[in-house]
Design a protein. Structure first.
Length: 156
């Protein structure tokens, strides 16, 4: 029965691809709203289009293995954070009249449901591989600090 289960690396690759596809979809919705046939005809829709682009970039940034970037989007390292983020992205983009925007929005909501399923299934904040990568490293000064306190003499 071990062959029936998906290994964690394959699952992780699937999740990365889904996250990047959601980001591409949001950026595509934002960019096409500015096209001549687009729906960015009012200031509110212009702002929403800018948000779509920024949220798509944020989805990409959350998947990049750069610790400097992921420290600002730490909620994207948990299944719950990604599920809520994609649910938010999918629902704000449902307001469009263009059919393929609706398809992209429903895809993003489906990815959100997938991440909710992952959150309930694993109940971990991160996968074990991600925990190893994001574990805080002690600097030399932090490692020597407890030793310095132990060497201090006790004066009554």
């Amino acid at each position: 029965m071990a062959g029936d289960q998906i290994d964690i690396k394959t699952l992780r690759i699937i999740m990365i691809v889904l996250c990047f596809l959601c980001g591409v979809g949001m950026i595509a919705i934002g960019v096409t709203n500015f096209a001549p046939y687009g729906t960015a005809d009012t200031p509110i829709r212009v702002m929403l289009s800018i948000y779509y682009i920024l949220f798509g970039l944020l989805a990409w940034m959350g998947e990049l293995p750069v610790p400097r970037l992921t420290q600002y989007v730490s909620f994207m390292r948990s299944y719950w954070g990604k599920a809520l983020y994609f649910l938010f992205m999918g629902t704000i983009s449902l307001n469009n009249e263009v059919v393929w925007h609706l398809v992209v929005s429903l895809f993003i909501i489906a990815v959100s449901i997938f991440y909710f399923f992952m959150a309930f299934s694993f109940r971990n904040r991160m996968t074990p591989e991600e925990e190893k990568l994001s574990a805080p490293k002690k600097s030399d000064s932090q490692a020597k600090q407890p030793e310095a306190k132990a060497e201090a003499p006790n004066n009554p």
